[in-house]
Design a protein around this ligand. Structure first.
Ligand code: SF4
Length: 377
């Protein structure tokens, strides 16, 4: 059963101290070249294998191939499934918006969680991407965090009022590309700082980025203290928490990723079966022309919703000033041949198999090794 809990003191500290500090760290980090000489204890540029002496591992589960393989690697290294939990951030929130994400992705994560027997917790910014984008001289919405004890609402009353009224910009900087920080990073960090069950514990926070994906990700550290860690920030923290952020597949090639999923007999997630090379928001701001053309062909209401907002804001996602509809018109759509995946794409309930049924052979999806630009980098 779920219950709501307001933690105003934590909220105040988070909004005034922790989130601004996290943003500063992230913004600075994106400007740095390779961190060959770690500036802080516990920071390692390369750490493909680590000692797994943790009380709990939190795996950020987007439902895309890299987060699935990150979980598999943790299991293959012998970390007990009973100490793992998965967190999935609802990009569109949980209040009815469906502007950005795939309809089925939340239920896919639920069905995957049931299939592997590892608990899943949702967390989100109230009203999601759309609500944050429509902020007009207004304050940030609450965070919601599912926990083993129930649902917490963490208000943002002490945050400053602000205005967005435009899409995040296509940049490495998380200040202009605000969706990643506002909808995922901040929410995940608050999930840690708001739960007393992590105090006095060693926690491993696992994400699935890979260096191969972009020049920006090539510069990531593989192991470092998470923003919610207190032990390496202070000699005697009030709430001692050892939280390491680890990227177990940072060094993986795409080939290794698909091979891992094939060996696991995990059916390729639907976006790849449709031809997307990345599984992130369906209407990701980084989508290229061909993906917008494909969205226009098969999911026209999605293309229209984004175009309408670009016109309303008088600011397009593209720096060239073309709306996504105009960009869609200059490319040819992918010819989607995977009918079951296409049928699934518009449904909220995920009904396709998670793992391959006995006797069926694994298929490389159409989007594997694709060049079509889709998803954040
Ligand atoms: S997938 Fe794209 S649109 Fe969605 S949060 Fe990430 S960068 Fe933003």
């Amino acid at each position: 059963m779920m219950y709501l809990q307001h933690i105003t003191e934590i909220d105040k500290h988070d909004d005034q101290v922790v989130i601004p500090a996290l943003r500063r760290n992230l913004l600075n980090a994106s400007d740095k070249l390779i961190a060959l000489e770690p500036a802080m204890p516990g920071v390692y540029f390369d750490a493909p294998d680590i000692e797994l002496n943790y009380d709990v591992a939190i795996v950020c589960m987007s439902g895309g191939k890299d987060s699935l393989v990150a979980l598999k690697r943790l299991l293959d290294m012998g970390f007990p499934a009973s100490k793992i939990e998965m967190w999935h951030h609802l990009v569109d929130g949980n209040e009815g918006s469906s502007l950005m994400d795939w309809a089925f992705i939340d239920d896919y994560c639920v069905k995957f969680s049931e299939a592997v027997g590892i608990p899943l917790y949702f967390s989100w910014l109230k009203h999601g991407f759309e609500g944050e984008m429509l902020k007009s001289d207004s304050k940030s919405h609450s965070h919601f965090i599912q926990t083993p004890e129930g649902l917490m609402e963490l208000s943002r009353n002490s945050a400053k009022a602000g205005t967005r009224l435009k899409f995040p910009q296509q940049a490495a900087s998380l200040q202009t590309r605000w969706c990643s920080s506002a909808l995922k990073i901040d929410v995940g960090r608050r999930g840690i700082t708001s739960q007393n069950r992590f105090i006095g514990k060693r926690v491993l926070f696992v994400t699935g980025e890979r260096r191969e994906e972009s020049g920006n990700r090539a510069r990531y550290n593989q192991l470092e203290p998470h923003a919610g860690d207190t032990l390496r920030k202070s000699k005697s923290p009030r709430k001692p928490r050892h939280i390491d952020a680890w990227r177990p597949v940072l060094h993986y090639s795409e080939e290794q990723v698909w091979q891992t999923l094939a060996d696991w007999r995990l059916v390729a997630p639907v976006p790849y079966r449709l031809g997307w090379s990345r599984s992130s928001c369906q209407s990701c701001i980084f989508n290229g022309e061909r993906i917008w053309a494909t969205i226009g062909q098969y999911f026209p209401e999605k293309l229209k919703a984004i175009t309408d907002y670009e016109r309303q804001f008088n600011t397009t996602i593209s720096r060239k000033g073309l709306t996504v509809s105009e960009r869609a018109a200059i490319a040819s759509p992918i010819n989607i041949e995977d009918e079951p995946a296409l049928m699934q794409a518009t449904k909220r309930e995920y009904t396709l198999p998670i793992f391959l049924p006995e006797g069926e052979s694994w298929k490389m999806p159409a989007g594997a090794f694709g060049q079509e630009v889709s998803g954040a980098s």
